[in-house]
Design a protein. Structure first.
Length: 264
């Protein structure tokens, strides 16, 4: 299996290399990641700026790795169209340091990078480790084992490929994980803006977790990770609100703008 790996935490992220090591056991693995931190860039691509590509040495045998001066989406596009001659059969993004759940998903460079694979009908998944504080020791090895298990499912043809598998792993010892839940996205955020610091040079700070008294519906991704479950949410790109089309169509027909009222 030919595997492409990216992330948004940058080429030096330990989570990226934990993932690369796990994927290298399953097939030919190519790493293409941003040369610096790119969290929060969502689907952004570098339309009007030059992108530098630098091949770097890999400590893992038989892995080619490139650092790109662009976004995670840039990395996937270049990985698929320029940096390999083989057909990529699996796209994996991560392991992100921090959760990607609920309303935070559209901002995530980790998750949105996989959209480039999804649109090309390439099996794709995003892997995130749900750390709640910066001083917490990240258990990337646990998240890497989850990623490897999912990748084996894709390799065997048992895992569905019609959606992005957005996977969030609690940062707790494996024996404390309660199981795996297939979830839906919560209609709320998990990473929230805590402060805006500075004068003309502004820096955001964030807080992770639910607010005191906030009720999270059971069966959602936030509920699952808070309860100690691995959350797997199948995502798809569908932005049309189909149920509104009949009512909106009737409204427009009944009250067209004045400049169209005399047209046939």
């Amino acid at each position: 299996m030919n595997i492409l790996i990216t992330n948004d935490d940058g080429i030096d992220s330990p989570g990226l290399w934990a993932l690369a090591k796990a994927m290298s056991r399953l097939g030919q693995t190519l790493v293409v990641a941003p040369d610096k931190q790119q969290s929060g860039v969502g689907t952004s691509v570098s339309l009007y700026s030059g992108i530098n590509i630098a091949e770097i040495s890999s400590s893992i045998p038989n892995i080619r790795a490139y650092a790109v001066s662009g976004t995670p989406s840039d990395c996937v596009i270049l990985g698929l169209r320029r940096l390999t001659q083989v057909r990529i059969e699996l796209l994996v993004s991560g392991i992100n340091l921090g959760p990607n759940v609920g309303n935070d998903i559209p901002y995530s460079g980790t998750v949105m990078a996989t959209l480039q694979g999804y649109l090309r009908r390439i099996p794709s998944m995003a892997i995130s480790l749900v750390t709640s504080s910066r001083g917490e020791e990240p258990r990337f090895d646990v998240a890497a084992q989850v990623a490897e298990w999912l990748a084996l499912g894709f390799q065997s043809g048992q895992m569905p490929t019609e959606a992005i598998l957005n996977t969030n792993v609690p940062n707790i010892p494996p024996e404390q994980i309660k199981g795996i839940m297939v979830t839906r996205t919560a209609p709320s955020g998990y990473v929230r803006l805590a402060e805006v610091r500075g004068g003309s040079n502004v820096n955001y700070t964030t807080a992770i977790g639910t607010r005191p008294g906030q009720v999270i519906e059971e069966g959602t991704d936030i509920w699952a990770v808070d309860a100690g479950f691995i959350s797997i949410t199948p995502l798809r790109l569908e932005v049309t609100h189909h149920n509104l089309i009949p009512d909106l169509t009737e409204l427009i027909r009944g009250s067209p703008p004045h400049f169209l009222r005399n047209t046939p």
